[in-house]
Structures are given as structure tokens and as C-alpha cells.
Design a protein around this ligand. Sequence first.
Ligand code: PLP
Ligand code: CA
Length: 302
Amino acid sequence: TAKRAAQLLSTQNIRSLFDPVEAFLFDCDGVIWKGDKLIDGVSETLDWLRSKGKKLVFVTNNSLKSRIQYAKKFHSLGISVAEDEIFSSSFAAAMYLKVNNFPQEKKVYVIGGEGILEELQIAGFTGLGGPEDGEKRVELKPNSLFEHDKSVGAVVVGIDPRINYYKLQYGTLCIRENPGCLFIATNRDAVGHMTDLQEWPGAGSMVAAMCGSTEREPIVVGKPSTFMMDFLLEKFHINTSKMCMVGDRLDTDILFGQNAGCKTLLVLSGVTTQTTLQDPSNNVQPDYYTSQVSDLLRLLGP
Ligand code: PLP
Ligand code: CA
């Protein structure tokens, strides 16, 4: 069945979106910033939304940073955001282990960045790998086994700019030699902004590499999975129908919002163009679309 086409946000329809919404959930890259560069008008718009009593939440699939590191990034861009208003896929990975009672004496092998290791540590888990294994080399010696820690009970895979064959071997052995080992992906984004103008392969490529060698499918904790929604609700106690998810990617952000029962607003300041949105082969339609976040202020503000 054909989905109802997204409506362009305008002075005529914005109140029906804005008035009932108690919390705006913002995706970060492509919405708030591109790489480390703030998108025009975001700061004023967020201040204005807060002044109107709206709760603000930030949901990012980029697992390179922890919530603490993201709070610092927001601060350095001149936006004051508390750590517990940020939901990153790195945090989600640690929370997945926590809510599933992952034993603290078991270890977690990480193909990914510092953010995942920091969140694991905060949650009381022992992480191995990550940046530390970035320089490890493949050594092929006759009559010798590849050594890996047998107490690893989970492998977490996220974006890893220093992924190498050693890490793939380590993670693969943990999973292949222990059928009970969890295989968790922070997200499966195809690409991500490493700077404002440069897009590089995202976590999807690292996750796909591990799917290939393990012949297993991961548990995905980032968008579009609604796993993070439970933690969001624990903090905000707002019915998801009174939330609006604002994002730039159809297959992660908009799907996440729809899967959770939120209103959805697509912004065209990131990866999705109007042409993609309106392509007949695209079956994800947000409720509304607009060019950028500051349109909220432009259409409704003083
Ligand atoms: N993953 C990586 C590695 C990225 O660089 C990005 C964006 O830059 C993302 C994911 C997507 O992040 P977000 O969910 O904030 O758009
Ligand atoms: Ca995005």
C-alpha cells in the first residue's frame, strides 16, 4: 500500500505538528552539524524551542564518541546540552549488555572507537580492542594458534577508522568459537561525515565484514532499532505520539521515529534530497519535510 506523501512544512500546517509536540528528538549529523561544523541557525532555533517549553533530545548513530564526549562537542559549538539528553549508539551498545544481564566477569571485544570503550567502562564492563589494536599486524607462523581471550562474551562493532585484518580475525574467532557470544552492531549506516565535506564508509561496512566472516547477523542497537527509546522514555516520560523525530536519513532516522510511533520531520540539510524523497521507489515517507532545522523558528518565531 502506498504511503501518504510527506507534506512540505509551511505556515499553514506547522501548528498541527508543533503544538502537540512535547519533545523534539534530533538526529545530529546532517541536522545539527556536518562533521564538526554547526548548521546555520541551529543554535538560535534550539534556544527558542527550549524557551517554548519543548524538551530536546539528541539521538546519533555515530559511535565514535561517548555521551560525555558528545556533551563536550555540543558545548564547544556553543550549545548547552546535558549528557543525559544525548542518546548515542555507543551508549546503546553498553545499555544492551546491561539490560540483558551480561556477566561483568566476561569481556567485550570492540571493533570501533573510544566512545564504545568509554560507555562500556561507565556501565561496569571490561572492553578489549578498539583503538589499542589499531597497529596490530597479522602474524602467520606455522604450528601456532591465534591467541584470543576466551572470556570474551560479546563483540561490539561500530565505525572503526583503524579497522584491520587483526581485529577482524579477533572478533571473528570470538564469535565463531563460542556460539553464545553476542554480536552487537552499533548501527549499519552506509556512510558518515568524517568532516563537513568528506563522507567515508560508515559502520555498515565494518558490520558487513563481520557478517561475512562469522556467517551471523548482528543485533542492531542504533537507529532504526527502537532499543534506545526505552531509555529515552525512562528519562522523559512523554508519550511517543507527542514526540517529533527530526532527521536527514530515511532508513535510520525517519524509520526510527515511525517504528517508535513518533511524528517525523525530514530535513534536507543532510544526505536526503527532495528527488530521493519523491522517488517512487522510496517507501519511507516522513509526515513533514523542510530544508533545515531553523525553518521551525523561521515559520513560527518572532
Ligand atoms: N556513523 C558515522 C561514522 C558518522 O560519521 C556519522 C555521521 O557523521 C553517522 C554514523 C551518522 O550520525 P547521525 O546519526 O548523527 O546522523
Ligand atoms: Ca543524520
